[in-house]
Design a protein around this ligand. Structure first.
Ligand code: IMP
Ligand code: MG
Length: 197
């Protein structure tokens, strides 16, 4: 394959840095590059694989839609028995601020009683959505309930939550890409970027 054919963000170690990738209109600085995402997801996968007991399958609960790519990559970086299920939630609020009033759009397919459950989230901002999920899934009696969030914005946190695995702490800026959207756009960017100022 010639260099021209190499897709942006391809893990060939050359043009894999976010800065070298094309950014569409309205997109500003790259906050986390494709290469940083790839490396950190590998680390998280190895850490998770070492932390959970052998022989008891781990259940990843992906929160749609933002955790789509993170979950897919993370799951492939885990080398212990692992299963996946999904929830979709909508948080009332504006395009960029959640209110903490959460509605379940899609619930899990199966019961989680007695299971080791790890919620996989794209980003924890105020923390209100995750607080709701932790309570809701907690009531269902899992053996353990943990959280793995790709991104967190500590400056925006309104509630203190136990987040066991964090990909990156980022500043108080609205970001898109690698699953994260603004009004459903930009999820397909292979890196995480801020909006243009
Ligand atoms: P929270 O309830 O304020 O923690 O917000 C959680 C949800 O809001 C996340 O799961 C995202 O779907 C969305 N969100 C928060 N911050 C951002 C951002 O910077 N970019 C894209 N979505 C965000
Ligand atoms: Mg989300």
């Amino acid at each position: 394959m010639s260099a021209v054919d190499t897709p942006p963000g391809a893990a060939d170690g050359s043009a894999a840095d976010g800065q070298a990738q094309q950014t569409p209109a309205g997109i500003g600085d790259v906050v986390v590059t494709s290469e940083q995402l790839r490396r950190r997801v590998e680390e998280l996968g190895a850490e998770i694989s070492g932390d959970y007991p052998d022989g008891e399958s781990l259940l990843l609960v992906g929160v749609l839609k933002g955790a789509l790519f993170f979950l897919a990559d993370l799951m492939r970086a885990i080398d212990i028995p692992v299963e996946v299920d999904f929830m979709a939630v909508a948080s009332y609020g504006s395009a960029t601020d959640s209110s903490g009033v959460v509605r379940i759009l899609k619930d899990l397919d199966a019961a989680i009683e007695g299971r080791h459950v790890l919620i996989v989230e794209d980003i924890v901002d105020s923390g209100l959505t995750l607080q709701y999920l932790l309570r809701n899934l907690g009531w269902r009696g899992p053996q353990t309930l943990g959280v793995c969030a790709l991104l967190t914005k500590p400056a925006r946190r309104e509630v203190d939550l136990p987040i066991r695995y964090v990909g990156f702490e980022i500043p108080d800026e609205f970001v898109v890409g690698y699953g994260l959207d603004l009004g459903e756009r930009h999820r397909n960017l292979p890196f995480v970027a801020a909006l243009e100022r």
